[in-house]
Write a protein that binds this ligand. Structure first.
Ligand code: FRU
Length: 486
């Protein structure tokens, strides 16, 4: 990617003639592996979900966007809206990094509702002439013309003592009528943590301090923190960087996970919590963010990608997508993640729907983009194998071993090009419950698998040929199987 000089990465979209941008969009639109039902960038690179919020019948979801290519450069916020979390409307770029404090990127942040208006708080990223980073936190609101109006100067203009300029991704929440925001940070001793501010009006912010956890030395930076309460417990999500692999855990370049504990009693900053748990055991998941749905459900969306990894779609000038939205519940001190129930609206044709008795191996259908739902599963053999996106040369394999309750996602042969092979081509999880249910969402270049009604989830990008469409089940089992095209 030598053409991506510093200058090229920080070139604004407005430098491009509209017809040139149109041409780029057209090239991307017709390129291989474009998603059919996931949020993806019109051109260039998508990363973190941002500003996820529900207001007056509409969900607003923004994402980090570099328009000009599949690299991390000058970041904008791209805006999508939806009535149902399934069908998304393209609202275009909403936050433009064209002011001094965000001259090198409108970095991640969150949404909140104040005065009956969608507000956001995000990180302004600026580089000076020596290329030193200057970080600030900026509040803004969404105008009726679809653009974010920034409330400048920044609400939090500098980084407090004790932290480096890696200080970003404010997530705003309300607690007993007080506004708080939690920010991902790096201490000057290069360890990661989260810092909390409070405010009466969500415009003037006062530092209250660092969240006190039982993990004072856990990686070198915590990105994208999110705090919320669920069923009477406090949940802290964050994306720590610099965690070493351990058994089946922490296999990706960077991690995302959570602590569950006693609800915070802010402004007391002590958080009593259990161990860190990864949110997703797949290959491509990072920087998730949550919001509250109209009916009180806690909904999570993640970035189906990771920093510093090359993907085959890069050469077509686009990269990444967002995961499907998931509903979170808490059961036995463990977060369960289910695809939002609205997603059944995606189903088109039923390819298979029946009780089945699997005696050896069978191929219930062929499809490129589909949902597969297996329930009431009773295993009669030691292993059960699902192969999807199969052709002579390609297969994506999901394998369950009853004895160990280990479930493995294997993308070794998912296509001619496999991303991030340095980090291995299989991921595994050991389930608590024996496998009894499985739900798979397969798009042109992704797989999301939900096990045991939300006990474990894996997200993965795969880059098979569009003609690799066989679905094969192997083992001995009974259950109910349904397959729908999406
Ligand atoms: C996470 C992240 C955030 C930052 C943003 C920049 O992927 O590094 O910490 O705000 O991406 O695009």
């Amino acid at each position: 990617m030598n053409q991506w000089t510093r200058e090229a990465r920080y070139r604004p979209l407005s430098d491009l003639a509209p017809e040139v941008y149109q041409l780029m969009k057209e090239e991307v639109r017709t390129s291989p592996w474009r998603f059919s039902f996931h949020i993806q960038p019109p051109t260039g690179l998508l990363n973190d979900p941002n500003g996820f919020v529900y207001h007056n019948g509409t969900y607003h979801l923004f994402y980090q966007w570099f328009p000009l290519g599949p690299v991390h450069g000058l970041k904008y916020w791209y805006h999508m809206t939806s009535k149902d979390l399934v069908h998304w409307f393209d609202e275009g770029a909403a936050l433009i990094p064209n002011d001094d404090p965000d001259s090198h990127g409108a970095y991640s942040g969150s949404g909140f509702i104040k005065n009956d208006q969608v507000h956001i708080m995000y990180t302004g990223n600026k580089r000076d002439a020596e290329w030193n980073r200057h970080t600030s936190q900026i509040v803004g609101h969404l105008r009726s013309d679809g653009r974010i109006e920034k409330h400048l100067p920044p609400a939090i203009p500098t980084v407090p003592d004790g932290y480096t300029e890696h200080f970003r991704d404010p997530k705003v929440f309300q607690h007993q009528d007080v506004w708080y925001c939690i920010i991902g940070a790096q201490r000057t001793d290069l360890t990661g943590c989260a810092v909390i501010y409070q405010s009466e009006d969500a415009e003037q912010w006062t530092l209250i301090g660092e969240l006190q956890t039982d993990y004072p030395r856990f990686g070198y930076m915590w990105e994208c923190p999110d705090y919320f309460e669920l069923e009477g417990q406090g949940v802290l999500l964050f994306s720590p960087q610099g965690i070493e692999p351990k058994g089946d855990h922490f296999q990706n370049i960077f991690q995302s996970g959570y602590f569950i504990g006693k609800p915070l009693t802010l402004p007391d900053l002590t958080f009593q919590h259990e161990d860190f748990v990864e949110l997703d055991f797949g290959f491509d998941f990072y920087a998730p963010q949550t919001t509250l749905a109209a009916d009180g459900r806690r909904i999570l969306v993640g970035w189906m990608g990771l920093p510093d990894i090359t993907y085959p779609s890069d050469r077509y000038n686009w990269a990444h997508g967002l995961t499907l939205p998931r509903e979170l519940t808490l059961e036995n001190q463990h977060l369960r993640q289910r695809p939002v129930r609205e997603l059944t609206a995606l189903r088109k044709e039923t390819l298979y729907a029946d009780e089945f008795v699997l005696e050896h191996s069978f191929s219930p259908a062929h499809a490129e983009t589909f949902e597969l739902e297996l329930s009431h599963l009773q295993l009669l053999s030691d292993t059960l194998t699902f192969k999807i996106r199969v052709s002579d040369q390609e297969e994506t394999v999901l394998r369950y071993e009853a004895q160990t309750r280990r479930f493995t996602f294997d993308r070794t042969h998912s296509g001619a090009e496999i991303p991030a092979t340095d980090y291995g081509t299989t991921r595994s999880v050991t389930l608590v419950e024996p496998l009894h249910a499985l739900r798979l969402f397969v798009d042109r270049s992704s797989v999301e698998v939900f096990l045991n009604d939300g006990e474990a989830v894996a997200s993965a990008r795969i880059f098979p040929k569009s003609t690799s469409q066989d679905i094969i089940l192997a083992g001995e089992a009974t259950g109910h199987l349904a397959i729908y095209t999406l």
